[in-house]
Design a binder for this molecule. Structure first.
Ligand code: PMP
Length: 421
């Protein structure tokens, strides 16, 4: 089995072998490094609301500042939509703030059922099942469908939740180089006879750090040749790409098929919280019982379901998806014209490569002082020479927001002596 344990902090070892030793060693090590996740979290200011314009308050509540947000997954700006908020309040007043039970017992509210149907009509799949997070949806899908007798083949950049589901399932795991279909085919060729009918290939639809799109038509071709199943994580694709935000399959004009399983998030473009799986009726019926992160966990509160329903309504009835597409294209072109390296981004996620962890951190801090929020991403989340700013575009950004971001980045790249092309 490929050694995926490196990515699990729970597998750290302490010097003295004890559990508390592990906790204390970790803290000692983290405090030393300016860029450690620990320091980033402890020093980050608090944010008041996730919108295009946010207010930041430092941890001692002594300094407050406004900034334009370029680090949110709320790509359509729906977290703070008045329409969505009002629908949520109406529903909470009628049905309460909690669902009061797990889905298979008393926890399935009427709005939850409506949301499952609405997600199925967005994806075009037979049925859907809801989870309290996208993480739980991935965990439940992989660990519910696979066991030690199966092989799972991941794109190397797949999200941690898919890897954690793999660990829970006990399936053997192999990974193909990012979007490298020759490598995927080689793995399947060498392994199909060992796992007759028992291989799941998994890829993100839109990759969360690079903003590129998986080549689903080519992947599907290979997957079908070797009679495997394909799962696509639509976390950053739902509401972002495809007709009416329908996601990766819609982007490629591919319809429903029994050999495809979709997972997705209600927490990103849809602006709320939760996750889903869309698949054939048989698979969803099975997962209602075998996806343990659904079966054994209290279902989504009704107000959240009503919020997502309102978000989906806005996606259908307004031009927000088109505006996001327009803004993303505009910013990408402007960054390229000014010589920034943005990899193969095709979506609302645009990586601006810096290639030096410390400079990425300093630029992100300076950018906040200048009025824009940009997330720095370092090793080990991305390779050391590809540390970057992960820019997230929103449908609600104005042209002057986007222009301001580019001119701030030009100044900061000059200040820190970073080459542009
Ligand atoms: N898949 C991908 C690709 C993600 O980026 C994320 C969230 N960062 C998730 C799944 C998990 O989604 P959630 O935050 O809704 O749990």
């Amino acid at each position: 089995m490929e050694d995926y344990r490196i990515s699990l902090t729970a597998n750290r070892k302490s010097k003295d072998g004890s559990i508390m030793g592990k906790v204390l060693d970790f803290k000692e090590e983290m405090i030393k490094h300016e860029n450690s996740s620990y320091n980033v979290y402890k020093k980050n200011p608090f944010i008041t609301a996730c919108d295009r314009q946010v207010r930041y308050i430092d941890r001692h509540e002594s300094k407050e500042q406004n900034a334009i947000m370029f680090g949110s997954n709320s790509y359509l700006g729906l977290c703070n939509s008045e329409y969505v908020i009002n629908k949520s309040i109406e529903c909470i007043k009628e049905l309460g703030v909690g669902s009061g039970g797990v889905p298979l017992l008393t926890g399935t509210t009427i709005v939850q059922n409506e949301l499952e149907r609405s997600i199925s009509s967005l994806t075009g799949f037979e049925d859907s099942i809801l989870f309290t997070s996208g993480y739980c949806a991935n965990l439940g899908m992989v660990s519910g469908l696979l066991g030690p007798e199966n092989l799972i083949v991941h794109d190397k950049l797949n999200h941690a939740s898919l890897i954690d589901g793999t660990i829970l399932s006990g399936a053997k795991m192999l990974r193909f180089k990012h979007n490298d279909l020759t490598h995927l085919e080689k793995i399947l060729k060498e392994n199909t006879s060992k796992y007759p009918g028992g291989i799941l290939v998994v890829t993100d639809g839109v990759f969360s750090m690079d903003g590129d799109i998986a080549d689903i038509p080519a992947i599907l071709n290979i997957v079908r040749r070797y009679k495997c199943l394909l799962a696509i994580d639509e976390a950053h694709a739902t509401g972002v790409i495809g007709e009416n935000g329908g996601g990766t399959l819609s982007y490629f004009n591919i319809g429903y098929s029994k050999d495809i399983i979709l997972t997705g998030c209600l927490s990103k473009a849809l602006g709320v919280v939760g996750g889903y799986i869309s698949a054939s009726q048989e698979i969803i019926d099975y997962l209602r019982v075998y996806a343990r992160s659904n079966m054994f966990s209290t279902s989504l509160p009704p107000g959240d379901c009503a919020s997502v329903l309102a978000s989906l309504e806005l996606i259908r009835s307004t031009d927000i998806v088109k505006r996001l597409f327009f803004n993303s294209n505009y910013l990408r072109e402007k960054l390229k014209d000014n010589g920034f390296e943005i990899l193969n981004s095709k979506t609302a996620i645009i990586p601006v490569i810096i290639g030096d962890d410390l400079k990425a951190s300093l630029i992100s801090k300076d950018a906040l002082d200048l009025g824009v929020v940009v997330n720095p991403i370092f090793t080990p989340a991305v390779p050391a020479n590809l540390s970057r700013l992960r820019i997230s575009v929103m449908a609600t950004h104005t042209k002057s927001d986007l222009d301001m971001l580019v001119s701030i980045l030009i100044n900061l790249f000059n200040k820190y002596d970073i080459q542009r092309l």
